[in-house]
Ligand binder design. Structure first.
Ligand code: P1T
Length: 379
């Protein structure tokens, strides 16, 4: 089945109860049993829920994985992965990553004795140098949030394999439409399904996709034992969103390309970070491992201070100033004070997240209107 068909049918069955074409919202916490343990496979909705099962099957299908695991948020999915570890274990992570992931790693899991190393993954040798006996996981975001860096997934997978590590790729910014890390050697793919998968800024939800049965069992165990599960309504909305993923992503990419080229040709703009530009640091890697370049971009305006940058954001109208990304509507953000505020200034500036950085989630509106909105915000 091709990707554009999978978004609509992948892993889905006609619901057996009444042959409904759309998976119903099974809004129930529990299920009647004929006798203790004699039931139709569903006992309690933290453990299993038919709407969630349908969504998990869709997740697996999108990433060509055997298993899909749904969580109540992207961060709950990250949390379940790190809970595979024990005190003393170490993780090597990209130093340019979502601020909430950084906060979870450093403020929650470091307390339990897990150690995190943050590094740029441009140079694979830097990653190798951090590996020791205690290393268990390589954690990569690509493209990264918010610098839109791209890292060589196959190269990292090779390092991971030869050292017996678990290689996890946060594929949120690309979505499965643009790249499938499992096919490039990753062991687990993680998504904040809140973003492109659900696609309409109306759900918070997380996903893990993988092929290894033993790891999958552990993740399903954590899903039930820790209990960070999404409700059936949110599972339904995410399933519904996924059905148009390919159509939305195509337009996101087209619009982002137009916006990136517009900004890139503007005299006032210092730099645009979008992997489709030939000037992008890892344009060649992006061309090789992604099918297109995505709807996320960042940029900075020459000489702008923090105040001027924030004023620019306030002058935008169609781009709504808001956290999050990946919805049909365009959003803009100031990573230094919003999504990445929890990373100490010194740390975030090392990866380029300075006060002049602006992040755009380019939506699927008419690109002329989006460009006009940006044009009007330049003084
Ligand atoms: O918000 P949540 O569904 O818990 O997902 C967390 C998360 C994980 N990974 C990446 C790459 C992310 O971008 C996010 C969430 N990001 C935002 C809310 C944001 O505005 O960047």
């Amino acid at each position: 089945m091709k990707f554009n068909t999978k978004t609509i049918h992948g892993g889905q069955i006609i619901d057996p109860a009444y042959n409904s074409v759309m998976t119903p919202i099974y809004q129930t916490s529990t299920y009647a049993q004929d006798s203790p343990g004699i039931n139709k496979g569903f006992e309690y909705s933290r453990t299993h829920n038919p709407t969630r099962t349908a969504l998990q099957n869709a997740f697996a299908s999108l990433e060509n994985a055997k298993y899909g695991v749904a969580f109540s948020s992207g961060l709950a999915a990250v949390d379940a992965i790190i809970k595979l570890l024990k005190p003393g274990d170490e993780v090597i992570s990209t130093n340019d990553l979502y601020g909430g992931t950084y906060r979870l790693f450093t403020k929650i899991f470091e307390k339990y004795g897990v150690k995190f190393h943050f590094t740029s993954m441009h140079n694979l040798e830097d990653v190798k140098l951090l590996i020791n006996q205690k290393t268990k996981i390589i954690w990569a975001e690509t493209p990264t949030n918010p610098m839109i860096n791209v890292f060589d997934i196959s190269g990292l997978a090779e390092i991971s394999k030869s050292n017996n590590l678990l290689f996890v790729v946060d594929n949120t910014f690309a979505s499965p439409y643009l790249q499938n890390p499992l096919e490039m050697g990753a062991d687990v793919v993680m998504h904040s399904a809140t973003k492109y998968l659900a696609g309409h800024s109306d759900v918070v939800l997380g996903a893990l996709m993988l092929n290894d049965e033993e790891v999958a069992e552990k993740l399903y165990f954590t899903q039930n034992a820790s209990g960070a599960v999404p409700g059936p309504q949110d599972c339904f909305l995410t399933l519904r969103g996924i059905k148009t993923l390919h159509v939305r992503m195509q337009r996101h990419c087209e619009n982002a390309s137009k916006v990136a080229h517009f900004l890139n040709s503007n005299q006032m703009v210092e730099k645009v970070y979008w992997p489709g530009l030939e000037t992008h640091f890892n344009h060649e890697v992006a061309k090789r491992q992604m099918r297109n370049f995505g709807g996320m971009l960042s940029f900075r305006i020459k000489g702008y201070t923090k105040d001027q940058t924030i004023k620019f954001l306030e002058r935008l109208h169609l781009f709504t100033l808001a956290e999050s990304l990946g919805g049909v509507e365009s959003l803009c953000g100031h990573p230094a004070t919003m999504t990445h505020a929890s990373i100490p200034r010194e740390e975030r500036e090392k990866s380029g997240v300075t006060d002049s950085l602006i992040r755009l989630s380019v939506g699927i509106e008419d690109s002329d209107d989006l460009i006009e909105d940006l044009q009007n915000a330049f003084l």
